[in-house]
Structures are given as C-alpha cells and as structure tokens.
Design a protein around this ligand. Structure first.
Ligand code: SAM
Length: 231
C-alpha cells in the first residue's frame, strides 16, 4: 500500500477514506492485521492495523522489510493517445522501471489534454501491484520542442521512429540520464524528426519492420533499454 506519509519504525500512519474502504471493506483487514506499506522514498515497511473504521484508520509501522530501490534515470516521453491506451502506457512504464513519465505534445499528438492526477493514481496502483518501492512522477503535458530545448545536452535519447531502417536495435553503453521518445499515432513530423536527430545525444532506433501501435512501441522500447542498459 502506498502512503503519502514519510515512514519510520514506531510511526502511526493515518489511513484515508478510500484506503479504509479498500483495506477494511474490500480486503476485510481488521485490527492487528499486517500489511506492507511504502512511501516512495524509504523502501518498504511492515505495518499493523491499529484502528479500522469506515471513514479511516491508523497503521502502526513495525519494521523495514526492504530498502529503497531507485529505478535508473530513464524517462518515458510519449505523445498521449486514447485514454485506455495512455493508461496502459503509464502502467507499463511503472512496471518496466521508468523514473519519470513525460507526456509530450507533438505536431500530430491526438490528445491535447491529459488528466494528470488520474494518470498519477494509475502509476501508484501499478507500483503497488508490481512491488516497486518508487512511484514515478507523471508530469503535465509539455511541448516536445520545449522539453528538448530544456536539456539539449544532458540526456541521451532513444528515439523510436518507424522510419528507421529495421536492423538490430543498438544503444551505446552510455550511463547516466536517458529518455525514450515515442511518437503519436500519426508519427513524427519531418521537422520534429530533424530536430531530434540534430541533437548529438539522440540515438534513432527501429523496433522492427512493422509499425507498432504507440503503446506496444513504449513497452518494446522500455524492454530493449532495460536489457541493454538497465541493472
Ligand atoms: N507514422 C506512422 C503511421 O501513421 O503510419 C505510425 C506511428 S506509430 C503508430 C507510433 C509511434 O510508435 C511512432 O511514432 C514511433 O515512436 C513508435 N514506433 C512504431 N513502430 C515502430 C518501429 N517499427 N520502430 C520504431 N518505432 C516505432
């Protein structure tokens, strides 16, 4: 269970109304039941239900069960698509160990808005489900040119583009900050492609000879990056 409360042994952690509904209503946990909790900063902790009510409760933190495990400094940048597919991308990005999720507005981005808070809640659920101790931040949608301009030379980019000649994807063994860039349903505009490829740290990658949906491409790219450079 994710809690927005810094954890430590001996601490009492308030349980929100929604969490109480899930823990005490759906899961039927009562006083004395044990549960694993994490705050996204200090690893995972064993806690015990100290108070359980319909509108809230209290957990007593007992001891640490796992240290904090930070993901590599890998951002997933993608142009949001339909709601359900965007939800899927966020969920898979968390499972695959992205450190930050950056929706970007490109020339052909279909969706001009995202519901950031809803996507962040999905990220929390995905972290709870996959046992991650870290929850990546889903940031507000930003224009692609602005994001690229902001970190001109600081972050390597795995630029996924179906226009590349399909060959075995290779990534240089460069440690440090990386970002995966996935385009929208309509792909990248020529100007965007040129802009990214002019950047010294952009590495254009083909994900195979077929055109993948953006959500498939995101999972494939995360898998490739983790297998080449992840820990
Ligand atoms: N421009 C294409 C079109 O309309 O025919 C489709 C774009 S594809 C649905 C969405 C994104 O997934 C692309 O912008 C790219 O980032 C990624 N992608 C899909 N297939 C790919 C491939 N074979 N290699 C690399 N990236 C791919």
């Amino acid at each position: 269970l994710y809690v927005e409360h810094a954890l430590g042994a001996g601490q009492s952690v308030p349980v929100s109304r929604e969490q109480a509904h899930y823990l005490f209503g759906v899961m039927r946990l009562g006083v004395g039941a044990q549960i694993l909790v994490f705050d996204g900063q200090s690893g995972e902790w064993l806690a015990e239900v100290a108070e359980a009510g319909k509108r809230g409760g209290v957990l007593a933190v007992l001891s640490q069960t796992r240290p904090m495990q930070m993901p590599p400094d890998l951002w997933l940048m993608f142009a949001p698509i339909k709601k359900a597919r965007t939800d899927f991308i966020v969920e898979k990005a968390v499972e695959m160990g992205a450190a930050r999720i950056v929706p970007v507005q490109t020339q052909f981005t279909n969706s001009g808005r995202i519901q950031r808070a809803r996507l962040q809640a999905h990220a929390v659920e995905a972290a709870e489900q996959c046992g991650a101790t870290f929850v990546p931040e889903v940031v507000e949608m930003q224009r692609l040119d602005r994001v690229l301009g902001a970190w001109e030379n600081t972050r390597q980019i795995m630029f996924c583009d179906e226009g590349q000649v399909a060959s075995k994807p290779t990534l240089p063994a460069v440690c440090g900050p990386w970002a995966i860039l996935i385009g929208p349903e309509g792909g990248f505009a020529d100007g965007e492609r040129d802009r990214v490829q002019r950047m010294g740290q952009a590495h254009a990658v083909s994900l195979g000879p077929r055109i993948l949906r953006a959500d498939t491409a995101a999972v494939a790219a995360l898998t490739l990056w983790q297998s080449a450079l992840g820990d």
